[in-house]
Design a protein around this ligand. Structure first.
Ligand code: FAD
Length: 499
């Protein structure tokens, strides 16, 4: 029997465990043991089912609340688990995005793709940008493309690319809160090669970001025309979630993998390899687990602290990958206390607005079934790379900070009492892919390839999104089993990309 010890019970670790269970079911003599240091499985997938004092029910995601629909890994695993019908699209009737400008809300103009304008009239009339900024953005159509030497990696920060092509205001008003904000990243440090390489490719292929996005839109429209949705087929939107929250995915993977093989509330404290090639993992309760392989699927900083004894150089590289902290604050109000337009999904607050709340998601508008009737469920984001101090406040202070921000922005009555509030803190929860990240990852991967029966997984390396993390756990399993001469069959279920 080949046993893999998996450290970390987030989506990556559980994705690894579930893959090993499928391999065992397919007849391979393999097994796993998973340890998770907190009392709850799921990591950044953390759903609460909350009932207010008035008996109203809410589904609240404290961490990740959805995933990108066009990435197939979660759909594939959901199909294998038999929970594909639990996936939910967003309610896109209300999908406006609002941006804070000088303390007031401005609607994101139609035709903006990511942060690049693709329609003339909405750009001409929007209050989001000044006239000089609009003209500056138009220069993208004529500016020469960046020269890349043959063999050179095309690497640039988000800030550098956006300012170079579209101007400073395009960065400050939209690219920073949208792209930097979602990734909890500082645009001046954020590596596009590691996060959005398609933006760099677009410039090379089309000589312009605007032309690149226009070409992308045309391609998607052609694909949609060529493969029209089958009658009665599920309508897909840009983001997908699960009706009972994202933790449903990790809960179902844990059930299917076998909870009897999983221990929570106990962390790994050391990893070592014996002379006979077996691995040992020491736990915080002094137990020593023995296995043929180890997968470390923790946060990147936790992995750095654990693996020095396995490979000191990799631990040093992992130590250079920074992570930012943030908190989400969920609040629900009675509909009567919310005398504002509810036809939007999100508010972005650019850094230049200097607000403690960097974003707000109107959950009850995105997924109406998550909030009781006649209530409004909101989720606010605080923290991130430029707003660390705010996280030093107590939970009560954070709730007050958010309430104050919402009342200023939306005109909500100051005395409106939340039906409930909950604060979720994510200490060093978002790894940062800074300039040079891919070089670091490649070096790590080369080193890992040389260590039999050992692999890393999780959001620290090749993608922070839930589907990427899930796949990283699966790849880690393929790697350690191949090291032992076990080749796995592909899953019987295949998922098409959805546009
Ligand atoms: C606030 C927030 C919102 C997000 N929103 C989205 C979103 O909407 N869509 C999206 O795609 N992505 C989102 N992400 C990113 C995504 O959720 C994460 O990148 C992903 O879930 C990480 O999964 P993971 O398994 O790699 O790590 P984690 O979920 O961090 O799991 C690692 C686990 O390892 C455990 N651990 C650590 N050290 C040890 C040890 N020594 N022994 C045992 N266990 C240990 C930890 O307790 C943790 O449970 C969000 C992230 C955050 C923080």
């Amino acid at each position: 029997m080949h046993t893999t010890i998996i450290i970390g019970g987030g989506v990556a670790g559980l994705g690894a465990a579930y893959k090993i269970r499928r391999a065992a079911d397919a007849g391979h003599d393999v097994d796993f043991l998973l340890v998770e240091k907190s009392d709850r499985l799921g990591g950044k997938l953390a759903t609460d089912h909350i009932t207010s004092d008035l008996g109203e029910s809410f589904v609240v995601d404290g961490g990740s609340d959805s995933f990108l629909t066009d990435k197939t890994a979660v759909h594939r695993v959901a199909r294998l688990l038999g929970i594909i019908d639990d996936e939910v699209s967003t309610c896109d009737e209300n999908k406006k995005t609002l941006i804070v400008k000088n303390g007031r809300l401005v609607e994101l103009p139609d035709g903006i793709m990511m942060f690049a304008p693709t329609k003339i009239l909405p750009m001409a009339t929007t209050r989001l940008y000044s006239w000089p900024a609009k003209f500056r953005m138009a220069l993208d159509l004529v500016l020469p493309r960046k020269k890349i030497e043959p063999g050179e990696r095309n690497e640039e920060s988000l800030e550098s690319l956006v300012v170079r092509r579209l101007g400073q205001e395009a960065l400050d008003r939209l690219a920073e809160p949208l792209v930097g904000g979602v990734n909890g990243s500082d645009p001046a440090q954020m590596s596009l090669a590691a996060t959005y390489p398609m933006l760099l490719d677009m410039e090379q292929a089309h000589g312009s970001l605007v032309r690149g996005f226009l070409a992308q839109r045309k391609k998607v429209e052609e694909i949609k025309k060529k493969y029209p949705a089958k009658p009665g087929a599920r309508r897909r939107t840009f983001f997908t979630s699960f009706s009972s929250g994202m933790q449903h995915l990790t809960d179902c993977m844990a059930d299917a993998a076998g909870r009897e093989r999983i221990r929570t509330g106990v962390g790994a404290t050391a990893i070592s390899r014996r002379e006979d090639g077996m691995w040992e993992v020491t736990l915080s309760d002094a137990t020593v687990l023995e296995g043929n392989a180890v997968i470390v699927a923790t946060e990147v900083w936790a992995a750095a602290a654990l693996i020095g004894s396995v490979d000191a150089r990799t631990a040093d590289i992992l130590d250079t990958i920074p992570s930012t902290s943030s908190a989400t604050v969920a609040l629900a109000f009675s509909r009567a206390d919310c005398p504002f337009d509810l036809g939007w999904h999100g508010i972005l607050s650019p850094r230049i607005e200097k607000q403690p709340v960097t974003g707000v998601s109107l959950v009850s508008s995105k997924w109406p079934d998550r909030a009781a009737e006649d209530t409004v469920l909101l989720r606010a984001f605080v923290g991130g790379p430029h707003n660390r101090d705010v996280l030093e406040r107590s939970d009560d202070d954070l709730v007050e900070t958010v309430r104050g921000g919402l009342s200023r922005l939306l005109g909500m009555a100051k005395e409106a009492t939340p039906l409930f509030s909950r604060v979720y803190r994510w200490d060093r929860g978002m790894p940062q892919y800074t300039l040079g990240h891919l070089d670091r990852v490649e070096e790590i991967e080369t080193r890992m390839a040389g260590i039999d029966g050992f692999a890393l997984a999780g959001g620290g390396l090749r993608g922070v999104g839930v589907p990427n993390c899930l796949e990283s756990g699966e790849h880690a399993v393929s790697k350690v089993l191949e090291d032992a001469g076990i080749t796995l069959e592909e899953d019987a279920v295949k998922e098409q990309r959805v546009y």
